[in-house]
Design a protein around this ligand. Structure first.
Ligand code: 2P0
Length: 320
């Protein structure tokens, strides 16, 4: 009746920004990401706690704001006749701040809930269940470098390189710890409805995915850097040209981009990406990591940096 699982967030290098089917939460295009190892969310799901209604605690505090999404995810997975659940979520990084906390949360939730309800599902089915609540969560079921294909009717997800096959490092510059003002799901719906660039953004996603996939297969860091930065800046152009405009950056985000440019001019193997929040994520080879940490830590407005390698997909911690 109770099980606990852990998942790590993932950072997209080719972004998901737009939905094809809002009811089923299907993405309008594929995406490609890296699953982290040192940032994590743990979810314990207990269907035998005896509570009358679902109850969600996040880092020890009751969290009514996220409960509806969590309950809907459990209903989809276990059926509406399931017992009420007590869900305990803990994590070691800021929530709702553009660090993919919903990806790790829902990947861990479906993994724990399926075990707690004694339902046996393969990894892809769990990924589709997680993705139905949070599109990016489907990728956190898988390790290393992960590609999600939009598919005709259902998403497909697969790991295209293990962490050991290309041990990239990720340095996250945290410029703001509080939650973002606009949830990414609502923001991408606004972009689709209002940005004049949205259609061409979606049209070009397959070409970018192909370039990124080939770069991963050939371990071609420069090629991956070029397409990932371009893809990130295109997504933010779509956000900026939405009405009202969606701007997640702050001054420190831009200062961090300049710090990465300085490192690149000095020959370091590093590139940046930015998601629906003001944090900058630097992806680098191991030999560049110390310089990246030092440059981002010294950048004006950076509160702290977190570092990570590539990690495993969601997994059970225990079951009882
Ligand atoms: C990504 N993001 O590919 C992109 C880049 C944010 C920017 O996926 O509406 O929280 O719940 O499916 O998964 C964040 O979107 O959105 C996201 P929903 P989700 O990582």
């Amino acid at each position: 009746m109770r099980a606990e699982a852990q998942a790590q967030p993932n950072i997209a290098l080719i972004k998901y920004w737009g939905k094809r089917d809002r009811d089923r939460n299907l993405p309008a295009s594929g995406s490609l990401s890296v699953t982290l190892d040192s940032l994590w969310t743990r979810m314990a799901v207990d269907f035998g706690s005896g509570c009358a209604k679902d109850c969600l605690l996040v880092n020890g505090e009751v969290n009514p704001a996220m409960l509806a999404r969590v309950s809907a995810c459990l209903d989809r997975l276990c059926g509406v006749k399931r017992p009420a659940a007590r869900i305990d979520s803990t994590g070691n990084f800021p929530i709702g701040a553009g660090l993919a906390s919903s990806a790790s949360a829902f990947a861990a939730l479906v993994t724990a809930a399926a075990r707690a309800a004694n339902i046996t599902l393969d990894r892809l089915t769990l990924a589709r269940q997680a993705g139905a609540t949070s599109g990016s969560a489907a990728r956190s079921l898988y390790p290393g470098i992960v590609e999600l294909c939009a598919g005709d009717d259902e998403i497909q997800v697969a790991s295209i390189a293990a962490a050991s096959e290309w041990p990239l490092r990720i340095v996250v510059a945290i410029t703001e710890e509080s939650s973002k003002p606009l949830a990414s799901g609502d923001a991408m719906i606004r972009s689709a409805a209002t940005s004049p660039f949205y259609a061409s953004w979606i049209d070009r996603q397959n070409a970018d995915l192909q370039l990124a996939r080939a770069a991963v297969q050939q371990r071609d860091f420069a090629a991956l850097a070029a397409v990932a930065e371009h893809n990130c800046l295109k997504m933010h152009s779509v956000m900026w040209t939405s009405r009202p405009a969606i701007v997640y950056w702050n001054n420190a985000t831009i200062a961090c981009m300049e710090s990465i440019r300085v490192l690149q001019r000095a020959g370091h193997a590093v590139f940046f990406t930015i998601d629906a929040g003001p944090q900058l994520k630097a992806i680098c080879l191991r030999e560049a990591e110390a310089s990246v940490i030092s440059a981002l830590s010294a950048t004006s407005g950076v509160r702290r940096v977190m570092t990570s390698g590539l990690g495993e997909g969601a997994r059970l911690l225990d079951a009882a």
